[in-house]
Design a protein. Structure first.
Length: 56
């Protein structure tokens, strides 16, 4: 794979990561670095998945 094709693929994957973070409710500026996106991932809020036992 030549360098220009590699860079094109990298840019597409980077944009997919940005869109995935945005879909979780965290704003990411266009052109953000991967380092910035890593910080944004930490801002994603996750709900508790703890299940409560039901009494039989």
């Amino acid at each position: 794979m030549d360098i220009s094709k590699t860079m094109e693929t990298f840019q597409k994957v980077k944009e997919k990561i940005r869109q995935a973070i945005i879909s979780k409710g965290v704003e990411v500026r266009e052109g953000a670095s991967l380092s910035e996106m890593a910080d944004k991932i930490l801002e994603i809020k996750v709900g508790s998945k703890r299940k409560e036992k039901k009494n039989a």
